[in-house]
Design a protein around this ligand. Structure first.
Ligand code: AMP
Ligand code: TRP
Length: 337
């Protein structure tokens, strides 16, 4: 999973509160958040400012932000172990974001595939959509994170973050940790594909909702979506990303939801019927307890309290580190009158 031998000491990651979370978000990112909290000092944010790079309905954004926080906790991130907070509650991110904008080049931002894809879909392209990776770099570097757990689609943004960090170290003397990606391979869930079209990524913005399993989907819906999932020619359940992308994708989900290896799964089935049924049941058994916990966390004030404490903890670290960046860049520290 981790690509180098650098010890995992400090972890930061974030998810955007846009649309409904998918099983791809869970296995590609959040499942690793839960695991890493016991291995390192962890910061997990809800990146509400990133969501603003495309038009959002204010009320929907507000609710999605609190819901994503509930999902973090329901999925197993313990707010007494890891720090859970809302990005915009710690203004130092935006402030460092500006310094990152002044440390990156329009050329490199224009080359980001996510920018090219998303801007092609928008009627108007905001400046923020282009400078988005600068804010992401700020999120990471302000905690001096050693590792960033994300899915494969974020690799390019992380490479840019590393380039910026290296650039700053050359310019101002070594002071920034160059963060390592923590990205699962495809077989480990780093890139879950759409159920209706295994050449496309499962994604909040996929046009066909049947391609996604949403974390809040009821059991019946999950069963139906898996039954209708595209499988491939033949009837063998074997892992073959190229020739059997649909079956391979379902195998990865079954493996991640039950802990069985891909080989064990392959040996167990000789047709798609029982296999699909087991995939659906395994997903349901993982998601049902999370869904129940989310409902419990709707009790008034509960999630707000967790986020208030999280912001305090995150802000203390972020402000301390921001002061170092400011000093290196030559900004005069403010003296209180
Ligand atoms: P986003 O929905 O873009 O905010 O993504 C949140 C996190 O989920 C990021 O770390 C993504 O890389 C990860 N992610 C999103 N979609 C998938 C997918 N289909 N497979 C694996 N990881 C994903
Ligand atoms: N760009 C990420 C996404 O769309 C979200 C994100 C913002 C993030 N800041 C981050 C991920 C910092 C990891 C670290 O999924």
């Amino acid at each position: 999973m981790a690509t180098t031998n650098v010890p995992v000491t400090r972890v930061l990651s974030g998810i955007q509160p846009t649309g409904q979370l998918t099983l791809g978000n869970y296995v590609g990112a959040m499942k690793n958040f839960v695991k890493l909290q016991h291995e390192a000092e962890c910061y997990f944010c809800i990146v509400d400012m990133h969501a603003l790079t495309v038009p959002q309905d204010p009320k929907a954004l507000y609710n999605a932000t609190l819901d994503l926080a509930r999902i973090y906790v329901a999925a197993g991130i313990d707010p007494n172990v890891a720090t859970i907070f809302v990005q915009s509650h710690v203004p130092a991110h935006a402030e460092l974001g500006w310094l990152m904008e002044c440390s990156s080049y329009i050329g490199e931002l224009g080359r980001m595939t996510q920018f090219k894809d998303k801007s092609a879909k928008q009627e108007v392209v905001t400046t923020g959509l282009m400078t988005y990776p600068c804010l992401m770099a700020a999120d990471i570097l302000i905690y001096q994170a050693s590792h960033v757990p994300v899915g494969e689609d974020q690799r390019q943004h992380l490479e840019l973050t590393r380039d910026i960090a290296t650039r700053l170290n050359h310019r101002f003397g070594d002071f920034v940790t160059v963060p390592e990606p923590y990205i699962p391979s495809k077989a480990e869930g780093g890139r879950i594909m759409a159920l209706t079209d295994p050449t496309k990524k499962m994604s909040k913005t996929l046009e066909d909702p049947n391609g996604n399993i949403y974390l809040m989907d009821p059991p019946k819906v999950i069963m139906n979506k898996i039954k209708r999932a595209v499988t491939d020619l033949g009837r063998e359940v074997v892992y073959d990303e190229e020739n059997k992308p649909g079956v391979s994708n379902l195998m990865v989900l079954l493996s991640l939801c039950t802990g069985q290896t891909l080989d064990e799964i392959s040996a167990k089935y000789d047709g798609y019927g029982q296999f699909k049924k087991d995939v659906a049941e395994a997903i349901i058994s993982v998601l049902e307890p999370i869904q129940q916990k989310v409902e419990e966390l709707r009790a008034p004030g509960v999630i707000e309290e967790i986020l208030a404490k999280g912001a305090d903890k995150a802000e203390a670290v972020a402000n301390r580190n921001l002061a170092v960046f400011r000093e290196r860049f030559g900004l005069v520290p403010r003296r209180r009158a």
